[in-house]
Ligand binder design. Structure first.
Ligand SMILES: NC(=O)c1ccc[n+]([C@@H]2O[C@H](COP(=O)([O-])OP(=O)(O)OC[C@H]3O[C@@H](n4cnc5c(N)ncnc54)[C@H](O)[C@@H]3O)[C@@H](O)[C@H]2O)c1
Length: 336
């Protein structure tokens, strides 16, 4: 029988994940939808999931006997309550990032899942499912000796006016924070932020660009340029320097052109296009594990460590140049 999934939060990504599950992936179907904007949930029912029941309250969807597993794709501040309710109901739960908006909230989820004794939660860090990062990890694990340094960049052409300095960490760098822990099989011990000359395209409440310097437990040094008004495109760069060689994240596939006396490749401009294929792979992984009553992929612990590490980066933004230590409590056995 196909896994019956309920979606809480039917905005942009909730709708897109519902479409994936009903129209692209195998082994699951959407049987329930919920959103504080009931009309939004009804619209997704009409367009994508005609058989789904619409619930006014997310908790009622989680408790429904028509729901085997839950997708939490509502606003970040509401994730914790729904993930905790899914754990209490013993139902596998995919939660978009962030797992919670505070490290304390993420720790409550870790504690609840550890007490339950079996993994139920997958966090939506989709870069771990990207084909390019997977190829890079294979090379880093086997070809270039011990990794020593990482040089990376996360560039957006522009951001909305309400995007302010801490969002460069919580909304942008968060993906690098998670994917480098996975890529290097390591944890961070400190963070530092420095600000170069500001772009004239930014505003008073956004320092842009910024350089985040992370140090890992193994002594690897990572520098990430976050530049969200770079104008030219959406560009994710990653170069790992190992003791035997260098490895680069592949560029997205594109057609090279020779035209008008120029050699050129197009660059993406919309972040949604960059990792679109990885969302399919991550949700298919969720479906496979949830059908067995469990979860795989990025854990609650990963969500918690990402929250702690981001908090350190935001503290470092507030005192440019200061080295902010990052220390983690003992990892529960469930996540070893
Ligand atoms: N992994 C990624 O690359 C990625 C990409 C986009 C969004 N996200 C994350 O997904 C989440 C949703 O983002 P979005 O762009 O779809 O936002 P959105 O605003 O388009 O949709 C969020 C929906 O949640 C609903 N909602 C708010 N509070 C609710 C509550 N208490 N109960 C039920 N529904 C509620 C809103 O009405 C809205 O329909 C965010 O946490 C975001 O960070 C992750």
């Amino acid at each position: 029988m196909s896994l019956r999934i309920g979606v809480i939060g039917t905005g942009a990504i909730g709708r897109d994940h519902a479409r994936r599950i009903n129209q692209v992936l195998t082994g699951a179907g959407i049987t329930a939808l919920s959103d504080v904007d009931l009309d939004g949930a009804k619209a997704v029912k009409a367009d994508i999931a005609p058989d789904a029941e619409v619930f006014a309250k997310g908790e009622d969807l989680i408790g429904s006997d028509k729901v085997d597993a839950v997708l939490v794709t509502s606003w970040g501040a509401t994730h914790e309550q729904y993930v905790l309710a899914a754990i209490a109901a013993g139902k596998p739960c995919f939660c978009e990032k962030p797992l919670a908006t505070t490290a304390e909230g993420a720790k409550r989820i870790v504690d609840a899942e550890a007490a339950h004794g079996k993994r139920l939660v997958q966090v939506g860090f989709m870069r771990r499912y990207d084909a390019g990062y997977r190829m890079l990890k294979q090379v880093v694990d086997s070809e270039i000796g011990q990794p020593l340094m990482v040089h990376a960049a996360h560039r957006n052409p522009s951001v909305p006016d309400q995007y302010v300095t801490p969002m460069a960490i919580h909304d942008t760098l968060i993906h690098e924070i998670d994917v480098f822990r996975w890529l290097l099989d390591d944890d961070y011990v400190s963070a530092q932020v420095v600000f170069p000359r500001a772009s004239s395209h930014t505003h008073a409440r956004l320092k842009d660009p910024q350089v985040v310097l992370l140090e890992t437990a193994k002594g690897i040094r990572i520098d990430v340029e976050v530049f969200v008004n770079c104008r030219y495109g959406y560009d994710i760069q990653c170069q790992v320097v190992g003791e035997e060689g260098l490895a680069y994240l592949p560029e997205p596939t594109s057609i090279m052109m020779r035209k008008d006396a120029r050699l050129q490749n197009p660059i993406l401009t919309d972040w949604k296009d960059r990792f679109v294929a990885s969302y399919d792979v991550e949700l298919q992984d969720f479906i496979s594990a949830a059908a067995r009553g469990t979860a795989s992929g990025p854990t609650s612990w990963d969500g918690y460590v990402a929250a702690l590490s981001s908090d350190a980066c935001v503290t470092a933004q507030e005192a440019p140049g200061t080295i902010v230590p990052i220390s983690l409590p003992a990892r529960p056995a469930l996540y070893n």
